[in-house]
Design a binder for this molecule. Structure first.
Ligand SMILES: Cc1cc2nc3c(=O)[nH]c(=O)nc-3n(C[C@H](O)[C@H](O)[C@H](O)COP(=O)(O)O)c2cc1C
Ligand SMILES: O=C(O)C(=O)c1ccccc1
Length: 358
């Protein structure tokens, strides 16, 4: 891979602590799914239309709590201060200045109120969403939700693909199990039942159920998206249970190393949701053409995880901006090459298998 994103990754590899680089780059098991998320895009081709384009293309999308957003989002990734001293504040400014929704999360090393304030200072119209794992104690979840609401977040993203933490062999080998001294998951500070002034650990629970989601649904007026849906039956259930969107994601290959690539799981979820709520996708998006393929197959927008961390490590706010701008420019260019006047002109007939008919 060459290009802006690969250059950022190479620079990140040079500057980061090798154990943190491995934590970001790696995934579960043999890392088959990490690789397959990208390879699945390589197996798909765009079939352009001709003589029907436009010199001005509308690439904006309407997302829950984020009208007129770019079709690329910053997926939630942990621990940005380990990538760069400006941490999540730099990411927030870069996302805001490119019209990109930032999904900040429970595992951020900067509190959500500060992150959202930095985004709004860069652009008053910036949208920030908050990602959380439902905690076994409902009062802890509710406290986190109130923090996100007070910070001005416009949607919640509940990650449902992590009943347990993935087995990441690089991290086990490197002994990367905890944040180094001096860093903390700031959103986890001063929560009910936790040590006063200190942070609680993020809990993952295999005993969560749709009832826990119902409790969250009742506890907030914010839109709620479910992240980490792969089975179409779960996508249907999510809509029935009041989700405002689903994110097709395998957590960047960091959870189960035997699941399909994100883009391969997308069409069945899109069919099951049947237009009732937006379907987002993340995992392996590295080029504007990957954005185009995803939107053609029915995604409303896509998230990027690792490339943002690489950009941050390589150049702080400017590094993240470069990564996001490159993806958005490439996407607009891909639209032009496909004869599309905007996202709406992308449809499944524009995607074929590389090396064969569909
Ligand atoms: C370093 C790292 C940390 C992550 N932390 C979280 C997290 O805290 N919560 C979450 O829902 N997903 C987390 N993810 C998953 C991302 O949100 C996203 O699903 C994935 O990175 C997308 O794949 P990509 O990296 O190929 O773009 C993390 C991913 C990485 C690489
Ligand atoms: O590393 C991850 O993928 C992740 O999701 C996570 C979850 C909790 C704390 C830190 C990271």
């Amino acid at each position: 891979m060459t290009g802006v994103l690969a250059a950022a990754r190479d620079r990140a590899r040079d500057v980061l602590d090798p154990a943190f680089y491995d934590y970001v780059a790696g995934g579960a098991g043999r890392e088959r799914v990490v690789a397959d998320n990208e390879r699945a895009f390589d197996r798909l081709a765009l079939l352009p239309r001709v003589l029907r384009g436009s010199a001005v293309r509308d690439t904006t999308v309407d997302l829950p709590g984020a009208p007129g957003a770019a079709p690329v989002l910053v997926a939630p990734t942990a621990f940005h201060r380990l990538a760069h001293p400006d941490g999540e504040l730099a990411t927030a400014r870069a996302a805001a200045r490119t019209g990109v929704v930032l999904v900040t999360g429970m595992a951020a090393t900067t509190a959500v109120a500060e992150v959202a304030a930095a985004a709004r200072a860069a652009d008053p119209a910036a949208a920030v969403w908050f990602q959380l794992y439902l905690q076994p104690e409902p009062e802890v979840t509710e406290c986190l939700v109130r923090r996100a609401e007070r910070a001005g977040c416009t949607a919640l993203v509940v990650t449902v693909d992590s009943p347990v933490f993935g087995r990441r062999e690089r991290d086990l080998r490197n002994g990367f199990t905890d944040l180094p001294a001096g860093y903390a998951a700031e959103n986890m500070r001063d929560l009910p039942g936790g040590p006063p002034g200190r942070t609680r650990d993020i809990a993952m629970s295999p005993a969560l159920s749709w009832d826990d989601l119902a409790r969250l649904r009742e506890a907030t007026a914010l839109p709620v998206l479910l992240k980490g849906v792969l089975h179409p039956a779960d996508a249907r259930l999510a809509v029935e249970r009041g989700a405002d969107g689903v994110v097709v994601s395998n957590h960047g290959g960091r959870q189960c190393d035997a699941v399909p690539a994100a883009v391969d799981a997308l069409p069945a979820v899109v069919a099951a949701v049947d237009g009732r709520v937006p379907v987002l996708l993340d995992g392996g998006v590295r080029r504007g053409t990957d954005v185009a393929v995803s939107l053609a197959l029915g995604a409303t927008a896509v998230g990027v995880g690792r490339p943002v961390v690489w950009g941050l490590a390589a150049g702080g706010e400017a590094g993240v901006r470069q990564v996001l701008e490159e993806l958005l420019d490439e996407y607009d260019h891909a639209l032009a090459l496909c004869g599309a006047r905007g996202n709406a002109d992308l449809a499944p007939d524009l995607v074929v298998r590389r090396g064969g008919a569909r």
